[in-house]
Design a protein around this ligand. Structure first.
Ligand code: DC
Length: 236
C-alpha cells in the first residue's frame, strides 16, 4: 500500500521533536512517522540503553567517582531499532529500559560527554538518509540543527504528571501502590531541571523550532498539527 507521502510525492525530510518529559513527544513522533511512512527514532531509548549497559556491567557506581571510565563501557556498544523494539548489543531491552531504576539513573548517564558524543554519532548515522522523525532533548539543537522541521513540545508540569499517572495506572498489575500526583509532578520538575541545567547539550528550544503547548490538546490534534507542518515544508 502506498504511504501518504508517496501518493503526493513529497521530499524526504528530517523532523526533530524535542521537549521535556511527558510533553507528548514519543506518541506524536511515532504517529507522525507512521502517517508519513517515515522511521521513528526514540533517542531517549538510546540513553536508557546506555544506562542499562552501565548497570549490567556493574560500572555505574564507579562512573560516579571516575566519569572518564565511561569510554571503556562504550567500546563496541551497539543499539538498534526494529519496529517498536530496541536492541542493546543484540538483546531486546524494550521492557528493561523502562524500569524505574533506569529512569532514576538516566539523567546522570546522559550528562556524560563521551556518552552524548557516541550517541550523537549513532543518531546522525540513523537519520542521514532523511525520512525520519527523531525525538529527544537536543535533536533540533545539536544532533540535526539543519532538520527541515523542528518542533518543541511543552506542557504544564501538572498536566504531564497526570499523563504519567495514567500511564503507570494502565501498566500496573493492581498490586503495587502508585505514586501520588504531587510526587510525580515533583519528579517531573526535577527531571526538567536536570535536563535544562546540564553542561552538555541541555534541553532548550532552537530559535527556529515551532513551539506547541500540548497541555490542552488531544493526541490526535497534536499529530495533525505536526503532520500538516511536515507536509507544508516537504512540498516547499
Ligand atoms: O524521553 P525519555 O524520558 O525516555 O528520556 C530519558 C532521558 O534521556 C531523559 O531524562 C534525558 C535523556 N535524553 C537526552 O539527554 N537527550 C536526548 N536526545 C534524549 C533523552
Amino acid at each position: 500500500m502506498l504511504q501518504e507521502t508517496e501518493k503526493i510525492g513529497i521530499k524526504r525530510i528530517i523532523i526533530a521533536i524535542d521537549g521535556p518529559a511527558a510533553s507528548g513527544k514519543s506518541t506524536t513522533a511515532r504517529r507522525v512517522a507512521q502517517r508519513l511512512g517515515y522511521t521513528y527514532i526514540d533517542t531517549g531509548a538510546m540513553y536508557r540503553s546506555a544506562t542499562l549497559k552501565a548497570l549490567q556491567t556493574g560500572v555505574l557506581e564507579e562512573l560516579r567517582r571516575s566519569p572518564e571510565l565511561v569510554s571503556d563501557m562504550l567500546q563496541g556498544i551497539t543499539i538498534h531499532f526494529d519496529g517498536d523494539h530496541v536492541f542493546l548489543d543484540g538483546c531486546d531491552v524494550t521492557t528493561d529500559i523502562r524500569d524505574n531504576q533506569i529512569s532514576r539513573e538516566v539523567s546522570f548517564v546522559s550528562s556524560l560527554k563521551p556518552v552524548r558524543d557516541k550517541l550523537k554519532e549513532m543518531q546522525q548515522e540513523l537519520g542521514r538518509k532523511g525520512s525520519v522523525v527523531m525525538d529527544g532533548r537536543d535533536i533540533g539543537t545539536v544532533v540535526f540543527p539543519e532538520a527541515e522541521l523542528k518542533i518543541f513540545l511543552v506542557a504544564d508540569a501538572r498536566e504531564r504528571a497526570k499523563r504519567r499517572y495514567a500511564e503507570l495506572l494502565a501498566n500496573s498489575s493492581g498490586s503495587s501502590a502508585l505514586p501520588n500526583l504531587d510526587l510525580l509532578e515533583e519528579e517531573i520538575k526535577q527531571r526538567d531541571r536536570d535536563d535544562e541545567e546540564r553542561k552538555y547539550a541541555p534541553l532548550k528550544k532552537h530559535p527556529e523550532a515551532k513551539e506547541i503547548d500540548t497541555s490542552r490538546l488531544t493526541i490526535e490534534r497534536q499529530v495533525e498539527i505536526v503532520y500538516n507542518l511536515a507536509l507544508e515544508i516537504s512540498r516547499e
